[in-house]
Design a protein around this ligand. Structure first.
Ligand code: G
Ligand code: G
Ligand code: MN
Ligand code: NA
Length: 253
């Protein structure tokens, strides 16, 4: 597998880049945060999707290196934006393996310190399926991230089967409704019922709700009517380079 061979050198050869997709306040329309999404510029294949290379990295033991690169790059970028007067939180995605990485919390803490970034300005997105693993290692990481003061977000919510009592115990601040439900929102009464119930549940537990994959104004209207807090999707912006989102966000004001 030549992708595997090439991925080993991706960091040292400067082939990685973070793209960012904004999260928008559902009521005011203001940018609240930018989610970092990893991109790999392969020398001959062009852009390779993280859907392809993250599983390879996890399987062959270099997710740690990629993940640490993402943490450092996201915090550095946040510092650049702050210095440009742009106020938005930054979100990173943490994989299953990163949640089991013994020094993950220390790494995040070091990156925050190096960029003089307040922990509450960083959000860590962890998919519901990883959260549901509920092993000791993952529970410990969750707790220690909570103690560090970073915000925790349960990503792709609705695809796993979280028990309500377990959700209640998590030190999370945010829940992201999976794109699949948002896609069906206008056509399907069932999808509407699920999203409505998820928003009520999340609010009852003190979580803010982000809908991902919002592509149409119809979806936006339904979500706003249901009290969804933040929206993310192609309707507002695609993932873009750090420079592009800076211009986009300043333009917006
Ligand atoms: O833009 P999109 O194609 O980026 O992302 C595809 C998938 O890859 C999403 O599920 C997203 O969460 C995941 N992903 C993107 N960047 C990262 C990253 O830095 N770390 C992890 N663990 N997952 C990521
Ligand atoms: O799993 P996670 O939520 O981290 O993944 C984000 C993924 O969703 C990225 O691949 C991103 O490019 C993609 N994405 C973001 N907004 C939209 C959208 O409006 N429609 C679709 N189809 N994909 C989206
Ligand atoms: Mn995410
Ligand atoms: Na998601």
């Amino acid at each position: 597998l030549d992708l595997l061979r090439d991925l080993r050198h991706a960091v040292e050869r400067n082939q990685l880049e973070l793209y960012f997709q904004p999260k928008i306040d559902a009521r005011s329309g203001e940018v609240t945060a930018a989610e970092a999404l990893l991109r790999w510029h392969h020398p001959t294949r062009g852009m390779v999707s993280p859907v392809i290379f993250i599983p390879i990295a996890e399987r062959f033991g270099f997710m740690r290196e990629l993940g640490n690169w993402v943490i450092d790059a996201a915090c550095r970028q946040a510092q650049v934006w702050r210095e440009s007067g742009l106020r938005m939180r930054v979100a990173i995605n943490l994989s299953a393996q990163q949640m089991r990485q013994a020094d993950i919390v220390d790494r995040i803490q070091k990156a925050l310190e190096a960029s003089r970034m307040h922990p509450t300005l960083l959000t860590c997105e962890i998919t519901e399926s990883v959260v549901m693993e509920n092993t000791q290692a993952i529970q410990d990481t969750f707790r220690r991230l909570g103690e560090l003061g970073v915000h925790l977000s349960i990503d792709d919510f609705g695809t796993g089967y979280s028990s309500l009592s377990y959700l209640r115990q998590l030190p999370a601040q945010e829940l992201k409704v999976d794109r699949a439900f948002v896609t069906d929102l206008v056509a399907s009464a069932d999808a509407r019922a699920v999203v409505d119930a998820v928003i009520r549940l999340a609010h009852a537990l003190g979580l803010r709700v982000v809908a991902e994959g919002v592509e149409t104004q119809g979806q936006q209207q339904v979500l706003v009517a249901m009290g969804c807090d933040e929206l993310q999707g192609y309707l507002f912006a695609r993932p873009m380079s750090a420079q592009a989102i800076l211009l986009w966000a300043m333009d917006d004001k």
